[in-house]
Ligand binder design. Structure first.
Ligand code: SAH
Ligand code: SF4
Length: 355
């Protein structure tokens, strides 16, 4: 059975007649976060029965929820077939209330969503890769992650959130569903999440980056670069043998970037592997001519890995070198680092902050 979250408004209008009913359903789903068709009180009984018989609305359950001291919340969702994926609500900025009790600034949230159960890319530093690839998430499963998070945290429908596609799996390897999700998220009658507020992180499937660029969706791009020479990059990201560094740089150069934005290059720093000043030098050469910013990520160790986390000093030196040479560079803030969970990578998420 298809999920009700799989449909754009236009598609739903084809399914449900008269068409204004589709708009009402959209309102229930995305403004009121209804979790059952029975809640949709302004729909006629027979339509509700019809919806129940033909569309699934409860497509995932929260099976675990962990709150970090910084206010970020990590969710583990169980899908209909029993597989689980994670999503994280990141509290980027806390609410600010002045002495008179007036809210000066409301919270700023970013939601990190998953794309697949498992992953095919096989990065040697990544926990998600260890279990191999199971399946792509459906469009509805993309959408339901955010609806669940907004519902569970009473985030008002008109409160803007940012999305980062940085959870489990490779979004560009689930291309069609990912693109549909971007479009549905941005619908004004739905969650209304502006495309500029959506950032896709990819391990570098260059052909898909080119394709995505041609679609001109208006979303932000983040590249998991992690290494500056192909030998090391292929060790870390085996897929690099098929899509090497130069092919990624060429694809990025062709990608339409909003005049006010930059392409983010994520650089996972592993002690003794890619943390030298020579690597930093090479990085500067590679990014020459690209409107870019670099986000350094501490490798997050997990049991069984031989890679190690770099020292604060090494990270700072690397960063200072880049900044000194005129590159924009930040070290990823460790949001929710105290949340214990299986997936190493979701523990540290930054955002490219559309603030
Ligand atoms: N597949 C996409 C998006 C999901 S991975 C991609 O690779 O970009 C999201 C981020 O988590 C990537 O930048 C990845 O390099 C990082 N990551 C994976 N394992 C990690 C670990 N052990 N420690 C820190 N970051 C990790
Ligand atoms: Fe897949 Fe990204 Fe993990 Fe690599 S880092 S295995 S691409 S999820």
């Amino acid at each position: 059975m298809k999920s009700i979250y799989d449909y754009t408004l236009e598609e739903l209008k084809e399914e449900v007649k008269p068409a204004f009913r589709a708009k009402q359903i959209y309102n229930w789903l995305y403004k009121k976060y209804a979790s059952s068709f029975d809640e949709m009180k302004n729909l006629p009984k027979d339509l509700i029965e019809n919806l129940k018989a033909n569309y699934d609305i409860a497509i995932m359950d929260v099976v675990r929820k962990e709150v970090s001291t910084d206010g970020s919340i990590k969710y583990l969702f169980k899908l209909r077939d029993g597989h689980t994926v994670e999503a994280v609500l990141l509290l980027m900025k806390k609410k600010k209330i002045n002495e008179d009790g007036v809210v000066e600034r409301s919270e700023k949230y970013t939601v990190c969503v998953s794309s697949q159960v498992g992953c095919k890319i096989g990065c040697t530093f990544c926990l998600t890769a260890k279990g191999g690839f199971v399946r792509n998430l459906t469009v509805g499963e993309y959408i339901a992650q955010i609806v669940n998070l907004k519902r569970d945290n009473n985030i008002p429908d008109n409160k803007a959130v940012n999305i980062v596609y940085m959870g489990m799996g490779e979004p560009l390897d689930n291309y069609k569903n990912f693109v549909s999700a971007v479009k549905i998220f941005s619908l004004e009658e739905g969650l209304s999440i502006n495309r500029r507020r959506q950032t896709v992180s990819t391990s570098g499937l260059s052909s898909k980056i080119v394709k995505l660029g041609e679609e001109n969706l208006g979303i932000q791009l983040a590249i998991s670069l992690h290494a500056v020479d192909d030998e090391l990059r292929s060790e870390l990201i085996p897929m690099n043998k098929a899509y090497n560094i130069q092919s990624i740089i060429d694809a990025v150069k062709a990608f339409p970037v909003d005049a006010r934005k930059k392409v983010m290059f994520e650089y996972l720093v592993i002690k003794g592997k890619n943390d030298s000043i020579q690597a930093a030098q090479k990085l500067i050469q590679l990014l020459n001519g690209i409107k870019s910013k670099v986000n350094l990520i501490y490798f997050n160790p997990y049991p069984g890995t031989t890679y190690e986390r770099p020292s604060v000093e090494t990270m700072t030196k690397f960063k200072d070198y880049l900044i000194d040479k005129g590159l924009l560079c930040t070290i990823r803030e460790s949001k929710g680092l105290d949340i214990s969970a299986a997936c190493g990578q979701l523990k540290e998420k930054d955002v490219n902050g559309d603030s």
